[in-house]
Design a protein around this ligand. Structure first.
Ligand code: NAG
Ligand code: NAG
Ligand code: NAG
Ligand code: NAG
Ligand code: NAG
Ligand code: NAG
Length: 475
């Protein structure tokens, strides 16, 4: 008797447990399981929805372009009522390009993957940028980016390190074969926008540049991982372009082009448009880019680049640390650049300035439009296994001036060049730089090793307060 009772209890228990399991599963299938979400953002949202609410299917095969467009359209109605958040749950969400809206957050679950469609008709063609006059790959228009927004305010793209996969291999192949009529798309482009946050995401295999904020202000980019094959064409990491008040931090980039490229328009188009990139902070960036720079300034800099503060940069197997790229016809300026703290390993050049970078928009560039390169400060740099310490080439009749280098220790590779420094048409000063730099960087003696400027006053972007947003959702 006692035995049977026990059996009954166990049997009933098992039935109960399995029922509960079925209930749990059913709830999840019906979209009922609560999900806790918490993150820091420039703004929290009053309304929240899932891409599934708009017919999205995360099976990696169904095209969701319409679902994304419908979601953003519907949620844009909440812009003046506390804003809205679109959550992308776990799954593979194939989609063509879609546009964002104001007072809006796109949030990617940690196991969410946005997969860029490889059908070219999913990528409408838009006008070239006015400050470029042309597409970057080809004259005329350009394919719109996967995630695009223009004339927006208060827009957030974030997640728990969810993934946006550009599936770029097809584009790279078509580009190499010269088969594309228009310029390749970017992964994320925001134009004419104010108050932008892009954070905690992984971006894979962009067709071209990864993140391109342009003609925008008050931008925070943080916690981004960008991965692309080191041989993929023009897969720049992050390209702030004619933007002001930007903070870019805590990011890890492996790419086939510059990890960060600071820009402001191209030749006569950029000069005419006249919109500089200014007040930019780049902090705690790790870069691997064997054929390009950790941070490039230019080559498109015709609207000017001013007040860039670069701190705590790590680069490994990267062609150069900081590179200034410009040329006759660019006009514009690169000035008040401050670099403090770089750790570099296995580099071709630590310092590189190029005054004869070609790559013109067209043949109408003005040969009298000379760039002004002035006030470039580098301090506290340690580099190992370097082929050339510096190649600094200004422009004849237009020297690059006010270059300052202090507290720099460069360990040369076994197979390094005989002359670790080559300098032409530049002027500046140095202190405690090893190996001893070229004569054009006049040595001020070892006591001045802390001499190169780095601003101590903060920028407005530093005082933006992040809010803690938390949601309990049914995904
Ligand atoms: C997205 O914005 C661009 C530029 O304003 C526009 O050409 C395009 O039609 C928009 N796409 C959708 C789906 O609304
Ligand atoms: C977006 O803003 C720019 C710059 O202010 C303006 O020239 C353009 O007309 C605006 N576009 C739209 C669609 O409002
Ligand atoms: C985000 O994901 C990428 C790719 O899986 C990984 O390399 C990176 O370490 C992750 N970042 C964080 C903060 O977890
Ligand atoms: C986002 O990344 C930061 C580090 O950059 C980390 O402190 C934070 O916890 C992350 N947030 C989420 C929601 O993963
Ligand atoms: C030094 O750099 C060379 C390439 O210039 C590379 O082949 C070698 O592995 C590097 N050595 C170390 C110790 O990283
Ligand atoms: C020189 O740079 C190192 C880091 O590379 C730093 O620890 C040290 O404080 C710097 N010295 C001076 C005088 O600034």
């Amino acid at each position: 008797m006692v035995k049977t009772d026990w059996l009954l209890v166990i049997l009933l228990g098992l039935v109960f447990l399995s029922l509960e399991g079925a209930e749990g599963r059913k709830e999840r299938i019906l979209g009922g399981s609560p999900y806790e979400l918490a993150y820091s953002a420039i703004n929290c949202r009053k309304h929240s929805a899932s891409i599934k609410d708009f017919g999205g299917i995360g099976d990696g095969k169904t095209l969701n372009t319409k679902a994304f467009q419908k979601a953003v359209n519907q949620l844009s109605k909440y812009a003046s009522d506390g804003g809205a958040q679109l959550v992308i749950p776990a799954g593979h969400w194939l989609t063509g390009s879609f546009n964002l809206t104001s007072h809006f957050t796109l949030f990617l679950h940690k196991d969410a993957v946005l997969l860029a469609s490889q059908e070219i008709n999913q990528w409408p063609v838009i006008d070239p940028l006015p400050s470029y006059g042309h597409g970057r790959d080809a004259p005329g228009g350009r394919y719109i980016s996967l995630i695009f927004g223009t004339n927006l305010t208060d827009v957030i793209i974030t997640g728990e390190n969810g993934t946006i996969d550009g599936q770029g291999a097809l584009w790279w192949q078509q580009f190499h074969m010269n088969k594309l009529k228009y310029t390749r798309p970017y992964l994320i482009e925001l134009m004419h926008s104010n108050k932008i946050q892009i954070s905690n995401l992984t971006l894979l295999n962009s067709p071209s540049w990864n993140i391109h904020p342009v003609y925008s202000s008050n931008i925070i980019i943080q916690g981004i991982t960008i991965l692309a094959p080191v041989t993929s064409p023009n897969t720049d990491g992050i390209d702030p372009d004619s933007c002001t008040n930007i903070k870019l931090e805590d990011s890890y980039i492996v790419s086939g082009d510059d990890c960060v490229a600071v820009k402001s328009g191209w030749d006569e188009y950029g000069i005419k448009y006249g919109k500089p990139t200014s007040h930019l902070i780049i902090k705690r960036l790790t870069c691997i880019s064997p054929y390009s720079a950790a941070i490039a300034l230019g080559s498109e800099m015709s609207g000017g680049i001013q007040d860039v503060r670069i701190q705590d940069i790590t680069a490994i197997q990267t062609e150069s640390g900081i590179r200034i790229k410009t040329g006759v016809g660019r006009g514009g300026y690169v000035k008040d650049i401050y670099v403090k703290g770089m750790k570099l390993h296995t580099m071709k050049w630590v310092f590189w300035m190029t005054g004869n970078y070609g790559s013109h928009a067209d043949t109408h560039w003005d040969p009298k439009a000379l760039p002004e390169i002035k006030g470039i400060n580098y301090r506290d740099v340690v580099a190992e296994n370097v082929s050339m310490a510096g190649q600094l080439d200004g422009i004849s009749g237009d020297p690059f001036t006010g270059i300052c280098m202090s507290n720099v220790t460069i360990g040369l590779a076994k197979k390094s060049k005989k002359n670790p420094w080559v300098c032409t048409n530049i002027e500046g000063i140095s202190s405690s730089v090893q190996p001893p730099p070229c004569k054009l960087l006049a040595d001020q003696g070892p006591k001045k090793s802390g001499m190169c400027d780095f601003p101590t006053e903060s920028l407005p972007i530093d005082s933006i307060e992040m809010q803690r947003c938390s949601y309990r959702l049914n995904l």
